[in-house]
Ligand binder design. Sequence first.
Ligand code: GLN
Length: 576
Amino acid sequence: MGAFASNFVIHRANVDMRDMSASNPVDCMKYVVVTGGVLSGLGKGITASSIGVLLKSAGLRLTSVKIDPYLNSDAGTMSPFEHGEVFVLDDGGEVDLDLGNYERFLDVALTRENNITTGKVYANVIEKERRGDYLGKTVQVVPHITNEIQDWIERVAHVSADGSGETPDACVIELGGTVGDIESAPFIEALRQFQFRVGQDNVCFVHVSLVPVMGPVGEQKTKPTQHTVKELRGLGIIPDILVCRSEVPLEDETREKLAAFCHVGTDAVVSAHDVSNLYQIPISLYEQSVLSKVSEHLGFEVPDTLPMLEDWKEMADKVDRLEEEVHIAMVGKYTGLSDSYLSVIKALQHSAYAVDRKLVIDWIESTDLDPHYVTEKHDEAWDLLKAADGILVPGGFGNRGVEGKIAAANYARINNVPYLGVCLGLQIATIEFCRNVLGLENANSTEFDENTPNPAVVFMPEISKTHMGGTMRLGTKPTPFLVDDCKMKRLYGGAKHVDERHRHRYEVNPDLIERIEAEGLVYVGKDETGQRCEIMELENHPYYVGTQYHPEFKSRPNRPSPPFLGLLKAAVGQEI
Ligand code: GLN
């Protein structure tokens, strides 16, 4: 934890983290802008959301904006195996996974407007030009694109995101990509202008950089950071705080050198060294006085007691202490990018903490479980599956690995192993049941076999077959429970209905529901029309459930998603 650990004192009041309502209104909207240099993947998103946690614990109401300088309108058409998971919002926005980090860390619910992309900005400007809004002017990157960006930021910053309906006090803005990229240039220019639009005292610039460690004595190299700061300053943005990613805490000498070369105070050079778990990052930043630095710059008071941060630290320390393991087999498609299932991993982690276990995810490539095409890793994959305490089949598209997933669902069903199927995972369990309990030969989803003699899962009538982006059944839809008592209803605290987020094109074939349910696989929750299957639960099994929606998107560190919590409870043998 570095040299600052001993300074850690957060005064605790007896207040629950969730009940903490904002009590520290500021005079006008404050902005924290997080940029990044040297290379991508330094953890700008985590830095930005951690600073958000600090501001929130100081009593500010928060929202956030993620800027992605790519031409796609949204992340919906992007491969999760290249870019990480597509995060889905309440309003059906398909956005960058960093918005998930903000929602989880800040406990807010964002909208598609909170994710600005080059594609969206240009689409707006071009539409305005066609409408004649620019009154005969030549439409240019500066000022039309840059103004559009600034207007957009200002507009969404004022929209409540914490469910209170109150205007936020502060907005954390993360600019994706790396400073110096051609793509991000208009955004940097917009942000440069923005500080004058809203007042320099209302914007705090944080730049995230890398300090590599080299040679036998582990010398901390400052040159990459010097260069990226020089580049940023050349574009007119002077960072107020430098956050330096490095394996180990920054040495005093490194801080001094960076301060001298980068035109910041030594106390504004912050070390973002490796920590035991992500929840320790806000704590580490707090210990290095990041909160007081930001509050001095933006002009708000930090209260004497920070109960939310105290709770946060307790959670971070608890995660470090967990020893006893629980193994969950994740049966999916892998290309080595675990970010493709980020929210699922988070929901599993939140649930594992709740049952006091250390989570171990056993990644199983579903093609290796395929009983028909035996791969080299077949035996190894089956051993791993059989050793797991619970099995999870996450969402997915396309037919690769489907037979392996069906085999995993079959194994869980007949061996009483806890199973959670998310979206595709529910469809897989349904196909397995149709084949092996109802005896419907070659039952399948029409997504995987258009000519299946027994379509167990079918294309939804209202979905477009010709367009990809934004044409699925997306976003939050209410799902009423149709039974008085079942495991899932108990897990949702006896709720009459649940509001969860969707992203799919296919559904359980309505013509088969009655036959499936008669054999014990019951759809305990359906959509408001009573036709569309949403929540599945098998009778006489410790935990064999599925959801057509994606419960992982609404999981929070201190409020794990109920279906995931159920999986973990069942996996450790707890009563549901
Ligand atoms: N491919 C399936 C569908 O479109 C499942 C989607 C998912 O798992 N998100 O219905």
